[in-house]
Every structure is written in C-alpha cells, then in structure tokens.
Design a protein. Structure first.
Ligand SMILES: Cc1cc2nc3c(=O)[nH]c(=O)nc-3n(C[C@H](O)[C@H](O)[C@H](O)COP(=O)(O)OP(=O)(O)OC[C@H]3O[C@@H](n4cnc5c(N)ncnc54)[C@H](O)[C@@H]3O)c2cc1C
Lengths: 368, 400
C-alpha cells in the first residue's frame, strides 16, 4: 500500500507550491480577479511554460500523460492558492472533451494552442432548465449541407467571455433528457448569431450566458449522436478536479482558523483556549482529513468506477459547507470582511458546493 | 392552553394587513421583492411613513409617541410586515438608543433626542465594539476623560453598521479605569458625528457591500450633557438593551415568509426547469425547516405569554437568538439549493427595478441567494455571537 506521490508528482506539486508562495499572494489574486478578463494572461502563460496545462493530456498529444492523481495534485494546490486562472474551464472541461473526441487535425488546431496558453476555450455544459443534469440539452443542431446550425441558450459557461473556442453540446435527436442524440460542436465565439454576456461570479471568477441563433458550428467534435459519454467523462474529470481544489481550500481554512484562534485574544485569553471552539476546529480538521482520504480513493478508483466521483462530491459538499461556515464563524466579524482572504476561500468553496451537482444530487446518484 | 387570537387581535391584524397592502410606500415593497437595495433616502422615507401612521416605535411607551402595543400586537405586526416583505425597522435609533434615552436619560435629553428619533430626522449608529473588544465587550478601551464641562474621547470603534450615513453615534466608553470590575468604569454617551476629531473608514463585507465602518475618535470633545444616566452605569444600560435586542432576534415572521415563498416557488418551473417540488430532497429540506420554525414560533409565543404576564425577558431569550439565526441560515442554504448555478452569478448592476427577467442572469430570487447566504453569516456573529449566547444559557439558565 502506498499513498505517497511519485517523483514526478512531487516535482509537479513542488513547482506549483513555489509559484503560489512566491508569485501569487492574495492581493495579486484579487487584482487578477478584478481585471478585465478575470485572470492574468501572464500567469496563464507561466502555467503553460511550466507544463501545468499539459498535465492531463497524452504524450502523443504533447502532454504529460497525467491521470486523476496528477490532476488531484494540481488542483489541490490551485485550491490552496485560490487561483482564478481558467484551468478548469480550459484544461479540464474543454480539454477533457478534446482529448477524448477530437480528431488529430482538431487537436492540432485547438488542443495544442490551448496547452500552449494561446487559445482560450470553454465547455457549455449547462442550460437553465437542466439544473445538474448534463444530459438535459435543449439546444439543437441541424445539418444544412456540410454545416451544423445551432440554436439554443447556454448558462453559466465558465470562462465563456474569454473563450475564443466554445464547445457546445447540442441535440441532434431525441428528447431533451435523452443521453443519446447529444453531439459536441466547436463554435467560434465570434460566429454570426452568437451573443455572449460575460459576468463575474461570487467566487471571483467569470462565467457567461450564451445564446445561439442559427449559429454555424465550426466543426463537429466526435460522433454526431453519441457525445454524451465524452461530455460526462469531462464533467466527471472536472468534478474530481474541483473536489481536490476544495480539499486544498478546506486545508487552508482550517490552518488559518487555528492560527487566528491562537492569536485572537478575548476575555484575556486566546479564543483557542475555549473548548467550545477547540472541538469545532477538531471537527474541521477531521472533515479535511476524511475528505482527503476519500479524494485519494476516488482519484485511484474513478477510472474503473465513476460512482467514486459521486461519493467524493457528496462528501465535499457536506464537509465544504461545514469547514467554510465554521472558518467564518470562528473568525468572528473578521470572517465576513472582503479584506480577509478567509471569506474568499469560503465563497469559492460555496461555489464548488453548487457546481456539477449538490451533495444531495450526488447522494441520489449513489442511492439509485 | 390556547393560542387563538381575540376578536380585537384579529381586527388589528386586518388593519395592519390593509396598511401594508395600501398605505405603506408600495415602491419600497417592489424594491424588496426585486432585490433592489434600499438607499438611505428610501429608508428615511418609509420610516417617516410608518411613523406618520404612529407605528414606528412599537416598544416605546405611549407618552413618548410609542404604540403601547401588547406583545401579541407586536407579534402580529411583525408577522404582517414580513408577510408583505416590508423591510424591518432600522434598529439603532428607535429600538436601541431611544429606549435607553427614555429609560435612563434626563428630561432635557428626552426632549432633545426622542422626537428626532421618532421622525427619523437623525440617523443613529451603534458604537460598542472595538477591534480588541468583540465578544469581550467589557474590555473596551475607548476613553472619555472629563475635562471641565466636556469629555475628551479617544479610541476606535468598529463594525459600526451604516455609520457612513449616521448623524449621531451612541457609544460605550471607559470613564474610569480604576475600578474593581471592568464593567463599572463604562459609560453611555452620545456623540455628534460632525464633532471635530471623528473620522470614519469603510469596511466592505464579503458580499461586496459597504455595510460597516471603523470610526476613530481623536481628542473628540463632547459636552457632559451628552452622557446618559450616571457615569459608570453604561454597561448595565447596554446589557438591558442587548437583552431587548435578543428577544427580537428570532426572526420568526421573516423566516415564515421566506419558507412559504420558497414552498410556493417550488411549485413553479423557473426558466424551464422541472418544479423543485418534484425534488423530494429539496422538499424534505423545506419541511424540516418548517418544523424548526414551528418550534421556534412556539418558544417565542411562550416567551411572549410570560412577558405579557409581567415577567422580564430573561437569559432564556438567548435560545431564540441561537435557534432563530440557525434557522434563517438554513433557509439561506435552501434558497441557494433552489438557485443552483444561477445563485453563483455576481451581477450587482442587475438589482434595479423593473428589469425584465430575461435581462437578468437568473431570476431575482436566484440572483440574491448567494448574497443573502454570505451576508447572513453575520447573524450568528453579531448581537452577541451564538457561542456567547450558549455561554449565557450554560451559565445563567443551566447554572453550569
Ligand atoms: C456585519 C456586522 C455588523 C455589526 N454591527 C455592529 C454595530 O453596528 N455596532 C457594534 O458595536 N458592533 C457591531 N458588530 C460587532 C459584533 O457585535 C461583533 O462582531 C461580535 O461581538 C463578535 O466580536 P468579534 O467580531 O470581535 O469576534 P470575537 O469576539 O473575536 O470572536 C471570534 C470567535 O470566537 C468566539 N468566542 C469568543 N469568545 C468566546 C467564548 N468565551 N467561548 C466560546 N467562543 C467564543 C466567537 O463566538 C467567535 O466565533 C457587527 C458585526 C458584524 C459582523
């Protein structure tokens, strides 16, 4: 039995940790988040240069050949640094589709530039009526000669305002909830008939509402009615990724809360001396460790058993709520200020809780 | 045992309901319903309107312009106000400093301050907490040194809610450091915010709103006549007030309104999605909160009955604060669940009146869900944190 990282993974972990420690403090992060694009192009370029954008792609595709454990290593550190650069949207979501379904020519056109940090991408996995069911797709695609014409609306498209290439799941046949009949299309963000409303999200990131009116897709990616499996696999990857990010965040929040409690004096003693708070910090710590264990298990087994992702997201949903809320509460008034990073970790954790399925939603999947 | 309302009480409820449906400024209600933040002028306007009706100072004795309502009437009023989704009264003037002034102030102070509080001509804020004195309020350090006919105040107050709009601040200050119990050196004093040496710095909360402030006092000269009651008695006055705050903090009526709104919204399809009522987990969540609410409501009613029978609100009211804020935070979470992805959008410029839903990112309820959830984390922190409330219950109720 071995829970330690291999040498390559350790190097990967180390390089991201060093970057966060030296070049990505909270103030920087806030500046990037507040900027026009919501992230730093320069930082993104660094990600590409250091090879982090290549992690989940095969060597044939010019990648690092990383699996779920490698993704876990990256995302846990992304969480610790509260990184806002669009790693999830590009590398995990759009990349998750491209690596599985794109033709060699398409990879050359989109995957390679994306890995090089030169092309921003997004995957439009959500529609307003769908809640968390990614098979619920009302956007339609009809063939017109060689072209595919798309109509419909996508919501909460992460990185949608920055993306030049948007991967759009659309229905080629079947009822809105069918798994069959979904295809994945590459759409240029400046195509005729597309309108994109970019907005900030509560966790300092960006998303967009996208409407498509007779938009001609650039190309079909993969099969014309069997895109669902690819979409699901990419969203599963992303779910594991944000769970690892959450573990990073929960760890930071627990550490910061302990540190704060030790330094904050009320009634002539550090508040950490109150047993009422001690037990709560123990519970936070326990929740982190339990989550970390489950994350490792899920990273090791999800390739064979995707239900591990449901179990993990359920755990993260519960633990994230607990750890986030407790961190704020134990910080007292300071915990609800914009100025302190704690609130921003809490907000990201909250967003994660509500992305790709709530705890209840995932528990339902396990139960059925 | 019975909890039916008398004919008079039923008639009173009807009168209040009519008022909110017809007389209360309807644009304020629309702003509330559409999640549009109220500006100071809006707040002042509706406070003045309610006062014209004679219903602003629920707790005040009639002689000072209060309603003279029974606890049951107050309860009915709170319920009807929440039902209309009308905003709660801004507490600092009418519910906090007002009662202190008419209880402990002298005749001159009553004449000088009470009418302006009632008419909302003066905006008050509360200067208790300090950077080093939160839960341990008695450790406050802001000093007021007597120099002839005035005090000189030095120190820092913080978390001052809406202090940026305030004309006056009521403060707990230290007038004597040479006392056996720290509490004994604390006095209650009123300070005009325009006095030289008062400066204010904004504190933005996690939802991005400038809601609280840090206020510095640098050799601020305040005339002795602004001291309320006796020197060194401020702590006692403040504590009475806190207990007052605590009885109103259960928020039963508001939670009832929000849960019923959530239940009826769950029947509808929002933006094409299947009605949430089809999601058993979600409906179980609502039902569980409703059970909590019923328990809380009856705990409060029992409390009301005993206060009506002449007993003072005791430390037991701390359980109302704990259970009440836990419930309201649970409702925040249900609203977040209901909102799904659209609860995560942070589009602050869409909170304007009459914006068509198609132009919003998420409908109004979705768009405000996360902001409420975040902002309401304060509910278990301020007004005596829930941990402090539990300490009070442990010590003063259970005798531990
Ligand atoms: C949004 C907001 C508005 C506010 N408005 C005002 C205002 O208008 N005027 C004003 O004067 N104040 C105001 N306050 C201040 C508020 O009353 C304080 O925040 C509160 O008293 C807690 O103090 P603190 O923030 O310093 O936390 P701390 O006292 O430092 O507490 C930190 C944590 O330790 C816990 N803790 C402390 N002591 C104990 C103990 N003995 N046992 C167990 N746990 C303990 C607390 O419960 C909390 O979880 C406001 C606060 C907020 C957040």
């Amino acid at each position: 039995m071995n829970f330690s990282l291999n040498e390559v993974q350790l190097m990967l972990a180390d390089s991201i940790e060093k970057f966060v420690a030296n070049d990505y403090d909270f103030e920087q992060r806030q500046k990037y988040s507040d900027s026009e694009t919501g992230y730093s192009k320069q930082v993104w370029q660094t990600f590409a240069e250091l090879g982090w954008t290549a992690v989940p792609f095969s060597e044939d595709d010019g990648g690092f050949d990383g699996g779920p454990v490698d993704m876990m290593v990256v995302m846990e550190r992304v969480g610790r640094g509260l990184v806002v650069e669009p790693y999830l949207a590009n590398i995990v979501l759009a990349g998750g589709v491209l690596k599985r379904a794109a033709s060699p020519a398409q990879k050359e056109k989109w995957l390679q530039p994306m890995m090089a940090g030169e092309l921003q991408c997004a995957l439009a996995f959500f529609e307003a009526q769908a809640r968390y069911d990614i098979n619920n797709v009302e956007t339609t695609a009809r063939q017109d000669g060689d072209a595919w014409i798309l109509n419909g609306n996508k919501g909460y498209v992460l990185n949608g305002g920055n993306a030049e290439l948007i991967i759009v799941p659309a229905r080629t046949s079947g009822d809105p909830a069918n798994e069959a009949g979904i295809a994945l299309f590459a759409v240029a963000s400046d195509a005729d008939g597309i309108s994109i409303r970019d907005y900030a999200t509560i966790d300092g990131q960006r998303a967009a509402e996208i409407s498509l009116q007779d938009v001609s897709a650039l190309e079909l990616i993969g099969d014309a009615d069997d895109g669902y499996a690819v979409l699901k696999a990419a969203v599963d990857d992303a779910t594991l990724a944000i769970c690892a990010e959450a573990v990073g965040i929960m760890t930071v929040l627990t550490e910061k809360t302990i540190e704060y409690a030790k330094s904050r004096v009320q009634f002539g003693v550090p508040i950490s001396s109150f047993q009422a708070l001690q037990h709560r910090m123990v519970d936070m710590y326990t929740a982190c460790e339990q989550s970390r264990s489950l994350m490792m298990w899920a990273a090791m087994t999800c390739a064979d058993d995707p239900a591990a992702i449901n179990a993990l997201k359920y755990q993260i949903g519960k633990a994230g709520k607990q750890v986030g809320e407790e961190a704020v509460q134990i910080h007292g008034g300071m915990g609800v200020t914009w100025e302190l990073d704690v609130a921003h970790y809490f907000k990201r954790l909250t967003a994660i809780r509500h992305m790709f399925g709530s705890a209840d939603w995932h528990l339902d999947k396990l139960a059925s | 045992m019975n909890v039916t309302f008398s004919a008079e009480e039923v008639a009173f409820r009807k009168e209040v309901r009519d008022y909110f449906e017809n007389e209360f400024p309807q644009d304020i209600l629309r702003m509330q319903n559409e999640g549009v933040p109220l500006q100071p002028e809006d707040l002042i306007r509706w406070h003045k309107a309610v006062n014209e009706k004679g219903w602003l100072a629920e707790n005040w004795p009639v002689e000072y312009g209060g309603t003279g309502w029974s606890p049951v009437q107050k309860y009915i009023f709170a319920e009807e106000r929440a039902r209309a989704n009308a905003p709660p009264v801004l507490a600092f003037g009418v519910n906090m400093v007002g009662p202190i002034i008419y209880t402990y102030g002298n005749e001159e102070q009553k004449r000088r301050f009470l009418p302006d509080i009632l008419q909302t001509n003066v905006w008050w804020c509360q200067g208790y907490s300090e950077p080093g004195a939160g839960s341990d309020l008695a450790s406050l350090k802001t000093r007021a040194d007597l120099r002839g006919d005035h005090y000189v105040i030095n120190g820092t107050k913080t978390w001052t809610t809406l202090g940026q709009f305030a004309d006056w601040i009521f403060c707990l200050v230290r007038t004597n450091s040479d006392v056996a119990r720290r509490q004994e050196g604390i006095s209650f004093i009123l300070v005009d915010m325009k006095t030289p040496g008062v400066s204010i710095k904004p504190i933005v909360l996690l939802d991005g709103e400038h809601e609280v402030n840090e206020i510095h006092f640098d050799n601020v000269e305040v005339p002795v006549e602004n001291l309320v009651g006796e020197e060194g008695k401020g702590w006692t006055y403040g504590k009475v007030l806190l207990q007052h705050e605590r009885t109103n903090i259960a928020g039963v009526a508001r939670s009832k309104f929000r849960l019923s709104r959530l239940r009826s919204r769950a029947q509808k399809s929002v933006r094409g999605a299947a009605p949430l009522a089809e999601d058993r987990n979600f409906m179980r969540g609502i039902s569980a909160a409703e059970v909590e609410l019923k328990a809380l409501e009856y705990t409060e009613l029992r409390k009301l009955a005993s206060v009506a029978a002449g007993k003072a609100p005791g430390p037991e009211s701390s359980i109302l604060k704990v259970a009440g804020t836990e419930l309201l935070q649970a409702i925040d979470c249900l609203e977040m669940e209901a909102a799904g992805y659209y609860g995560l959008a942070y589009v602050r410029d869409q909170f304007v009146l009459d914006l068509p839903d198609e132009e919003r990112v998420g409908d109004t309820n979705q768009a405000t869900a996360a902001l409420n959830y975040f902002n309401n984390r304060k509910q278990s922190i301020f007004g005596g944190s829930n941990e402090i409330q539990k300490n009070i219950i442990a010590k003063h109720v259970l005798g531990l």
